[in-house]
Design a protein around this ligand. Structure first.
Ligand code: BTN
Length: 271
């Protein structure tokens, strides 16, 4: 099929599956682009309607958190970004991380049951203790209202990973043995996320924090926390999540509230 016809068919199929009021109603679908987050930020600054969706089959410069690259084989996974303009105070913006992780984890759980899906703080989704999804939320304050781009990468039907990451990365296919319909999964995620996004405010936040905590990996377990940009690891126990989405981390110096860092277990530390 020629490229335009393929893209057209994919967009039509997605629109058919979507049950949302506004999320994903405007779509830019790329066979290949640099990064859906980059495209979405440019589109947001040009005035894209809230809820607009950028999706790609392949990214040449897919980005992860902390300046890492996001590796994904073409046309097997989900790579997408949403434009949001949340009505939240800056101190509550991290609640977006909470509802995004929750929506994705719950939608993945629907297709992977009975395998448990857990969230590794702040927003990695784990299947059988390996990462199958990452979220990169970027905010631009160049306009009066902040423009937020929520970028999500899910390893859906990828059957193998490069040697450097295969000990910690997985896909839905690898864990369940079944191929999943990518666009159906995307439609499920958008429906959940829209529902949570509409309900989210400073009063309802504790409900989401509670749900998130019930899905949290390594709760009450000892982990190593890597400080961003360093090779410094601190050992402690995850005790939960604060009202603003920070990690409650108990060390021998007491209980700390941490806004950044990377949770690792001994077998996940990169050498
Ligand atoms: C992470 O776990 O480090 C976050 C990974 C986020 C990857 C997604 S793929 C779609 C969107 N576009 C990007 O360049 N990154 C995000």
């Amino acid at each position: 099929m020629i490229k335009e016809a393929y893209v057209h068919a994919q967009v039509a199929q997605l629109k058919e599956a979507l049950r949302t009021d506004f999320l994903g109603h405007e779509i830019r679908y790329f066979k290949q682009t640099d990064s859906t987050n980059t495209q979405a930020m440019t589109w947001a600054e040009e005035g894209a309607p809230e809820g607009s969706l950028v999706i790609a089959e392949h990214q040449t410069q897919g980005r992860g958190r902390q300046g890492r690259a996001w590796e994904s084989k073409g046309s097997q996974n989900l790579l997408f970004s949403l434009i949001l303009r949340p009505n939240l105070s800056p101190s509550h913006l991290s609640l977006l991380t909470i509802i995004t992780s929750l929506s994705v984890a719950e939608a993945i759980q629907e297709v992977t049951t009975p395998l448990p899906v857990l969230i590794k703080w702040p927003n990695d989704i784990l299947l059988n203790q390996k990462k199958c999804c990452g979220v990169l939320i970027e905010t631009a304050h160049s306009t009066a209202q902040p423009q937020v781009v929520v970028g999500i990468g899910i390893n859906v039907n990828q059957a193998s990973f490069s040697e450097g990451i295969s000990h910690k990365a997985t896909s839905l296919l690898l864990e369940t043995g079944r191929h999943a319909d990518r666009l159906q999964l995307l439609a499920r995620i958008l429906l959940r996320l829209e529902h949570y996004y509409k309900a989210l405010d400073e009063e309802t936040a504790p409900i989401f924090i509670d749900k998130y905590t019930q899905t949290l990996a390594y709760l009450n377990e000892s982990i190593n926390l890597r400080q961003h940009g360093t090779e410094n690891f601190r050992q402690g126990i995850i005790r939960g999540i604060s009202a603003s989405g920070a990690l409650l981390f108990e060390t021998n110096q007491g209980l700390e509230t941490l806004h950044a860092g990377e949770v690792t277990t001994n077998d996940q530390i990169d050498h």
